[in-house]
Design a protein around this ligand. Sequence first.
Ligand code: ATP
Ligand code: MG
Length: 591
Amino acid sequence: MATSQMAIEEAAEFTLAEQYKTNRSGAGRWIISHFKRYWYVGIVILIGAFGNAALASVVPIQVGQAFDAILQNPPKVDLLAGFAWTIIISQLIRGVLQFGRNFGAEILGQLLERNIRHELYVSLLGKSMTFHNLQPVGDTMARATNDVREINFMFNPGFNLVIGSANFLIMPLIVAPRYHPSLVLVPILFIIGYILALWQYLGELDPITTKVRSSFGELNTRLSEALDGIETVKGMAQEENEVGLFEKNARRFRNAFVWQGDVEARFLPLLLLGLAQGGALLHSLILFRQGLLTTGDVIAFFGIISLFGFPTFVSLFAYSQVSLGNASARRILELINRETELDQNVAGSEAEMKGAIEFRDVTFNYGDTDPVLKNVSFKVEPGQTVAIVGQTGAGKTSLAKLVNRTYDVDSGQVLVDGIDVRDWQLEPLRRGISIIEQDIFLFSRSIADNISFGCQNDSQADIEAAAKAAQAHEFILDFKDGYDTVIGERGVTLSGGQRQRLALARAFLTDPTILVLDDSTSAIDSATEDKIQRAIYNAAKGRTTLIITHRLSQIRWADLIVVMRKGEVAAVGTHEDLLRTSEAYRRIFTE
Ligand code: ATP
Ligand code: MG
């Protein structure tokens, strides 16, 4: 990226309206750029924090004066009520200011959590498939939920207490000289010691909080994989093994936390506070002996020094919260910034799609492995039905995924209507192309919602018409709730053939120019087979259709057949041609 500024609503593959910029060049800068939108809340927090600290020092000042008043001869008892009222009123105001600080920090934390979650979500949806193939879902989930939450905590209680306590830190510096100028000595020494100790503490904490966050990600990865693959885990009787692996990760997470606790326990300012109180008492008593301070001054000064107690005690917790938040920010940003190879071509074509497809000497692989497709070339006219056949692993699914840029070719070109797919805008390209995957994914929403997934505004009548065309209407009505049946709830799951027909219904609604059907559901009874057949036949009418299939019935009525073999095109032609000329083709039917 040329500049580190990037619009939050802008992802590689699509663009949303309503934009604002965040600075993604570093975790700190990124958080600040999020905070900047709400700078005024920051001001409320600052005013609240300063007022709170200033009014906290009113208490020891008034107590000191009260002592001086009663130690006079005769004691000036009539003054005491005034001191008491000053304390009461000042503390009431302090309560309001404290509320402003706390409430401001809470609002800020929540706003930032929401915005960051949104930014991350937009970014994740815009990432290429290569990214998603390599990034474990569990880890992404950990970042999208807990790490985002940590940033909330970083503001409240984290920064809230940091700013609150920093103001308590400077109060003794401001107030002490009113008793004697030399009394700033102990506060200055304490603050220097405090800052040095904090510096050392944060340095030591940084790798630990990073470890805490990353071990949580690993823990989650393992959990989500075990749950995702629960059928395999059970089928292979690997439960104990998986539990063992999970425990190992859980232990690692725990150890990271214990390590953090260890560092926290050795936090130096606790010791410094004791020294400061002793030193302050000594210093003020010396001045008292020289007649430079009154008894009330000594008491007040000691009370003022006790204000250091707040920064000392909360810093332990507040700074580890900030440190955790920082580690989380780095993890989220790392995910957002990770390269996505596939880039939206904003200036690309958005023409009406006619449906011609051409593969021109295409070579492709998923990583650094041997090419999955080698020198693939063939041409499809608009409206044709093309069957792609070949043994398992021949590269049929991979080939289909290049058409809508789920992946990009390594060399060669895939052209739609004579335009390289990389020179199309993604949105119109993908709107024009529907791919019905080999393993159809259904969302845990109602059947109607699943059918209308590609175009959310369709009416119930449209949905039913599509379901009828896809031969799905009957089995949908067999469910008690019909179209409102929620998939995945109360044991509603669908068979392969049913899923396929739902996906076909989806395609009828989106009405794509190009339909790709990865149909490898092999073992179905003949009645269902017949239904699917009819559904596919309906769907193929009036559009370019690529069917990946093993079924002879489907292959027969295709205008063109592409025979794949080990990533290469072994033959192209009609059924009759190929039976005569292609050995590879004949072999498919004799297996
Ligand atoms: P089938 O008939 O079994 O569906 P296919 O012809 O569709 O097979 P592909 O899924 O295209 O085969 O796979 C072709 C090759 O690419 C295989 O060797 C497979 O191991 C590899 N492959 C497929 N998907 C990926 C992936 N996401 N990452 C890495 N390699 C992959
Ligand atoms: Mg396949």
